[in-house]
Design a binder for this molecule. Structure first.
Ligand code: SAH
Length: 349
């Protein structure tokens, strides 16, 4: 809930509107975990609320429970968070000089089943609600004791299958936590007919669409892309790129393309040449992601030389390109890996 809704909530509960403002401050600025903890509210009121359904003051606020924490040598912190209905999601805090990026999940699991992705192996349980997305940012802030500067929707799930909640969460992060839209990235592998709608809904909901859209491309041609991403069968590459162009036209923002490098499969110079050809004339940026090995698949990590050669081949062809540094490898880095490893061995606290 934002400030107006909290003020309304306070008055609906027979309190003065400023109680809603206090609650807003304690929820977002202080990050309290339960209504009992909001000691600025009258004690009798808190006790009254704690006695109400759903089941006490914990559920009133809707914060997650931390089930597991995995900290890498470089400080990257992966959290396994438990939802109220007993499911679990991954969230990662990635510190770098002057910034703290939170990688959030948009769904519990994912239905897209990309072959190289650990999350895809377990299918979809459900989409996350707005508060469950915002909670992840608050949880990382609390655990790492630092203010998140960037949020990327690159955790579990396909954000474009939960876009209304994603847009509401972006609204909350900007309005209630004071983040800038430009520091937020939404990553999608592509769902037919959703990109232009996302652009239009973003303008309606947020007033402007300034967050970055990242599209997981991963291959320069349809055949190879379908091999890696079975759902691409229903979304030809030309249609996906057309939708990206429409997205750019509506929002005025450049699109990023993510390209996972799988050793020997899509990381050869000819793939770079084909990718440059595909993106010619398209105002975009390519982010190369060396594959993080997962247990279920035999894919290979790219050779270090191959990554650099791929980058150079794109650069020579005037494609804006960067390589994503692998962070937190010792903390089950690949998306969905931590949850799969711990599956069944954890009980909510
Ligand atoms: N469903 C969205 C967002 C979640 S995945 C999407 O597909 O874009 C975020 C990024 O992590 C995607 O680019 C995805 O392809 C990449 N990814 C998934 N598994 C990976 C792995 N094992 N190694 C490297 N990158 C991976």
């Amino acid at each position: 809930m934002g400030l107006p809704a909290l003020e309304h909530w306070a008055t609906a509960h027979g309190q003065a509107a400023f109680r809603g403002r206090q609650l807003h401050d304690w929820l977002y600025a202080k990050g309290v975990r339960s209504l009992e903890g909001v000691t600025v509210l009258p004690k009798a009121f808190r006790e009254h609320l704690a006695a109400q359904p759903p089941s006490g003051a914990f559920d009133w606020i809707g914060r997650s429970r931390e089930l597991h924490r995995s900290v890498a040598r470089d400080g990257t912190t992966k959290l396994l968070l438990g939802t109220a209905d007993g499911l679990s999601i991954e969230t990662v805090g990635i510190p770098a000089e002057g910034r703290l990026t939170v990688c959030v999940s948009s769904q519990v699991g994912c239905p897209m089943a990309c072959r190289f992705c650990a999350t895809g192996k377990g299918g979809l349980q459900r989409s996350l609600a707005v508060h469950e997305i915002v909670d992840q940012v608050l949880s990382v802030r609390e655990v790492m004791d630092a203010r998140p500067s960037h949020v990327v929707f690159m955790g579990m799930g396909e954000p474009l299958l939960n876009s209304e909640a994603v847009l509401d969460a972006i609204h909350c992060l900007c309005t209630d936590l004071g983040m800038a839209q430009r520091q937020i990235t939404v990553s999608t592998v592509g769902v037919p007919k959703t990109l232009p709608t996302l652009a239009e809904r973003a303008l309606e909901r947020l007033g402007r669409a300034q967050f970055t859209l990242a599209v997981s491309l991963h291959a320069p041609d349809q055949r190879l892309r379908e091999e890696l991403i079975p759902t691409a069968h229903a979304y030809p590459l030309e249609a996906l790129l057309d939708d990206c162009r429409r997205y750019v036209a509506i929002t005025g923002r450049r699109v990023s393309f993510e390209y996972i490098l799988l050793g020997g499969l899509n990381d050869q110079p000819r793939h770079a040449v084909a990718l440059a050809q595909l993106l010619r004339g398209f105002q975009s940026h390519v982010n190369l992601i060396p594959y993080n090995p997962i247990a279920e698949e035999e894919f290979q990590r790219p050779a270090p030389g191959a990554v650099e050669a791929f980058r150079q081949a794109l650069q020579q062809r005037h494609v804006a390109v960067s390589v994503r540094a692998s962070r937190g490898l010792d903390a089950d880095a690949a998306c969905g890996q931590l949850r799969r490893r711990l599956e069944g061995s954890l009980q909510p606290a």
